[in-house]
Ligand binder design. Sequence first.
Ligand code: NAD
Ligand code: MG
Length: 395
Amino acid sequence: MTGIQNITVLGSTGTIGVHTLDVIARHPDRFRAFALTANARIEPLLDQCRQFQPNYAVVLDADAAEVLRQQLRALGLLTEVLCGPAALEQVAAAPEVDAVMAAIVGAAGLKPALAAARAGKRVLLANKETLVMSGGLFMEAVRAGGATLLPIDSEHNAIFQVLPTRFNQGLAHVGVSRILLTASGGPFRQATPDALAAVTPQQALNHPNWVMGPKISIDSATLMNKGLEVIEAYWLFGASPDQIEVVIHPQSVIHSMVEYVDGSVLAQLGNPDMRTPIAYALSYPERISSGVGPLDLFKIARLDFEAPDTTRFPCLALAFDALHRGGTAPAVLNAANEVAVAAFLQGKLRFNDIPRMVEATLERVSLVEATVLSDVIEADESARMIALDWLATRA
Ligand code: NAD
Ligand code: MG
């Protein structure tokens, strides 16, 4: 690719967004921020606008957008402020845009990611919820729009790095037997069931290896994050559920592996820093510096592996089950989990009740085929209502 690429960063004020801008800032000869977006917190967005001077800044909330508009004007900056969900889709699909970093958290990230795919952009997908909710529809939008899909999730980025480029002809064609998805096991890997019942939000937010936003930190602690990633791998790589094995690897140095029919296992290793997958996706198929330091194998000294325990961490089994059931089951799983995580963070639900709420919701929502986007949106909405109802009747 020649010239400077225009990048839209959806969710620029989040953990992935900030890391993305860090890599962009290292390569002004290659990338420029075209649009930056945030939910409601405009202070960090204002700072980013000062530094990167994007064409557009999008804020979800109209009042916050007006405040930002005045602040930018006072600074003499030309960034135009837009607001509302439609504006997210607009800056994802704008003709000037080369690549879109989809790094909004949760179901809110689905429509703008879809807009980028339909518009044929290079889509850097961090928002795994998009594939969990609507994997079939999203992959079809990528194909129909002629988009290039590059996974940002460290595991999927690792798998993408060690698969041959022809993998989309089918894993059997390229001699792949299994995908080995590594998981740190989270902060409670060795906790007893009693200890899990008493976990506080503060403890759960404290991930041993990665710095991440609150929702994915809780998902990592329950292993739902790994469950969502199994579904993500199914869609990205065309792996059957039986071909995906979760391997607990507490050091988070191996970011995932691919096993081939000849007995070879290829892995991607590196320090646990999201700037590596972000830089790889931004520059693919080239490689650029990311700010991540070299891996010190002598300091790491050892790599451990163990099987996941789905008795203590039922969310992983629930996700596999939703994948087997197909249709809107993964969208229901995702919506119930979002409600459960928010309730846990607000102190309204115990940690070990998160899987109970998800399971109860899956039992109560009627599942259908996910044929059009409205099937997914309706499943998401009714799952949220049923999950909240379940919470209310327990209180
Ligand atoms: P975060 O909470 O740090 O940031 C989320 C961003 O989304 C913020 O910019 C926020 O303003 C924006 N946002 C939140 N709700 C919104 C809404 N309703 N509408 C518009 N914008 C909204 O989250 P994060 O850790 O950066 O994760 C972002 C996504 O990337 C998630 O889907 C997560 O699963 C995925 N991911 C993150 C990591 C990581 O290391 N943080 C790794 C792999 C995948
Ligand atoms: Mg991951």
